[in-house]
Design a protein around this ligand. Structure first.
Ligand SMILES: NC(=O)c1ccc[n+]([C@@H]2O[C@H](COP(=O)([O-])OP(=O)(O)OC[C@H]3O[C@@H](n4cnc5c(N)ncnc54)[C@H](OP(=O)(O)O)[C@@H]3O)[C@@H](O)[C@H]2O)c1
Length: 270
């Protein structure tokens, strides 16, 4: 099993570590994590029984030992200094993974030494489920297989051109937000119409899961299933007419475009 070292052990890295251990794609022995916040050393060691570090010299030792080094800090943190340590101490064939939003492969190659295999990953937050695509762009030295193996511990891998990363972030990584928001709105609609909240909740969840399964099992387009469900002048057609009048589709599309725009803006601030 690869030895994986995380630099920066905040929310996203913890979600990845938790999923990897739960899905047994890595054992606690194969994971080390460094953070400048001393409390993270205690929290993560207690929760996952991994070796956690808060001293610079221990971080350097872990960098030396690692097959995979994950940069998990925020865009505004001192990534250049992390890059220097990696350049100086990492094994020649170590795979360097960055989950930092807005930092490009070209910037990483400059900071981390161009000779290294580098992957830029935008992780999906559905890590505990093992579902959800993470968007991945890799440099010439990285091989897809090793990167996919790493990502499979906390979801699915979607390799794409780096130019599509911002679009993928606003659409795919923000994706669960749209679904959570839709579920909340639908449950409220049931309550508004007079159902007790628990019934509205249970019905909505079952319909969400069932509708996705129907699409998968039947291989049909949503429009075909809508046609089957909706008879002339029926209840369903009336509900869809009201939804269309509310500009539902355009509202959703505007929301995605706005998320993509904001992703690009934040990247340009770097
Ligand atoms: N959270 C998400 O949903 C999500 C989704 C996709 C991608 N990401 C990306 O994941 C990265 C981490 O996000 P997050 O939400 O997990 O942030 P976070 O919870 O703030 O974690 C970052 C951690 O790194 C520590 N740190 C800062 N500089 C460091 C250094 N030089 N060496 C070691 N540790 C250092 C921070 O300590 P201090 O607080 O003391 O500075 C903090 O504990 C970001 O780049 C973000 O773009 C996050």
């Amino acid at each position: 099993m690869s030895q994986i070292h995380f630099i920066g052990s905040g929310q996203m890295v913890e979600a990845i570590i938790r999923a990897m251990i739960t899905h047994e794609s890595a054992t606690p022995k194969n994971i080390t994590a460094y953070d400048i916040r001393p409390e993270r050393k205690i929290e993560l060691a207690n929760r996952y029984r991994i070796l956690t570090l808060d001293k610079k010299e221990d971080n350097i030792e872990a960098i030396k030992q690692a097959d995979i080094i994950v940069i998990g800090v925020r865009p505004q943190d001192n990534i250049a200094a992390i890059g220097k340590d990696i350049t100086k101490y990492a094994q020649e064939n170590a795979l360097i993974i960055s989950i930092v939003a807005g930092v490009t492969l070209a910037q990483l190659e400059k900071m981390v030494a161009a000779k290294k295999a580098i992957a830029r990953i935008i992780p999906n937050t559905l890590t505990d489920t093992g579902l959800g695509y993470s968007g991945i762009a890799i440099n010439k030295r990285a091989d897809k297989e090793s990167v996919e193996k790493f990502v499979s511990g906390f979801g699915k891998a979607l390799f794409l051109e780096e130019s599509l990363i911002d679009i993928f972030t606003g659409f795919g990584v923000c994706g669960p937000n749209y679904i959570y928001y839709f579920i909340e709105a639908l449950v409220d609609a049931g309550v508004l119409a007079g159902l007790p909240r628990e019934m509205a909740w249970k019905t909505t969840m079952e319909n969400m899961i069932g509708a996705v399964k129907m699409l998968e099992l039947s291989g049909k387009h949503p429009r075909q299933l809508l046609d089957i469900n909706n008879s002339p002048a029926g209840v369903g057609m009336h509900s869809l007419f009201a939804l269309n009048e509310s500009n539902f589709t355009a509202g959703l599309q505007k929301s995605v475009l706005s998320a993509v725009k904001r992703t690009t803006e934040l990247g340009q601030k770097k």
